[in-house]
Design a protein around this ligand. Structure first.
Ligand code: FE2
Length: 299
């Protein structure tokens, strides 16, 4: 990591004035920090609509249908398979602390879920419309993507009281391409604060190397390979407290984490990850799609 990253203490925050994508100055801010907040990017009414729709899908989801997967609640092989085959599906994942010792949910169903993923944007018309807007397409275009495709979508619940902490990582570790092309778009569907577990970034940290690679080993199990064992710099993270309707754009190498949500407020967010179709996508990546659901861009 270069020295600048240790002194850069702010996440650039901008307003996109028209649908023409990022200006040269905004783009320069993004390239420098590896993260950029777009304030008021999505109408709050659209955020509410997506939240209501997500809760409708949750209402239709029967936990009993996958109870065997969750009963153990540890990283069982069955649970791994449920996750690893979700790249082209809509599946639900519970928080680590969702179940009590008897295997019953401690809170309501919607307040027990960690996330929903990973192909709502291609399988659900409401998520499709939210994900493929001309405004977002223009941002991606201004970032220099020739042939962008939306690789995955996640609806993050971060529920009150049990929303788990996420340790510092880089998303290109999990969504690796050659050359690297992963970029994340994190939509705040509700106001996000330190209290309900906002994201934190190391501005400039994307200029350092990719530290880990998550890949499928020859025996079929997913594993991590350390590429660089330098520890993350201490006290370098900056909180991204943002209002509903903001979008956090971040480089696939941008180091980030999020705190636990111990508050009584939910912290719903929606994320998209985009890659360039022209980059090589390894067969060893966890996320694989069936040929019947090819990746799509913004059209
Ligand atoms: Fe991440």
């Amino acid at each position: 990591m270069d020295d600048k990253s240790h002194t850069m203490r702010a996440i650039p925050t901008v307003k996109v004035e028209d649908s023409g994508g990022l200006t040269a100055e905004q783009l320069a801010d993004f390239r420098s920090a590896g993260v950029l907040v777009l304030e008021d990017f999505v109408p709050v009414s659209d955020c509410h609509r997506l939240r209501e729709h997500a809760l409708k899908l949750v209402g239709e989801f029967d936990p009993e249908s996958v109870r065997s997967v969750f009963s153990a609640m540890e990283q069982t092989q069955l649970g791994d398979t449920y996750f690893e085959q979700s790249g082209d599906k809509i599946r639900f994942f519970f928080e680590q602390d969702a179940f009590d010792a008897d295997g019953n949910l401690r809170q309501s169903k919607e307040d027990s879920l960690n996330k929903m993923g990973h192909a709502m944007h291609d399988l659900d018309s409401v998520f499709d419309a939210f994900s493929r807007t001309p405004e977002l397409a223009a941002i991606v275009d201004s970032l220099g993507y020739d042939d962008p495709v939306i690789l995955q979508s996640m609806y993050i619940f971060k529920p009150p009281r049990i929303g788990g902490e996420v340790h510092c990582h880089q998303d290109s570790t999990f969504l690796y391409t050659e050359p690297e092309s992963c970029i994340g778009f994190w939509f705040a569907l509700e106001d996000v604060t330190l209290e309900n577990g906002c994201m934190h970034f190391i501005p400039g940290g994307h200029k350092g190397p990719l530290k880990e690679l998550h890949y499928r080993d020859t025996d079929g199990t997913m594993t991590f390979k350390t590429l660089d064992d330098t520890p993350w710099p201490e006290n370098a993270t900056v909180a991204a407290e943002v209002k509903a309707g903001s979008v956090v754009v971040f480089d696939g190498r941008a180091p980030h984490l999020s705190g636990a949500n111990l508050s009584d407020k939910s912290r719903h967010a929606y994320t998209l990850h985009v890659i360039d179709r022209k980059s090589h996508y390894p067969a060893e990546n966890w996320l694989q799609r069936s040929a019947s659901l090819p990746l799509r861009g913004f059209n």
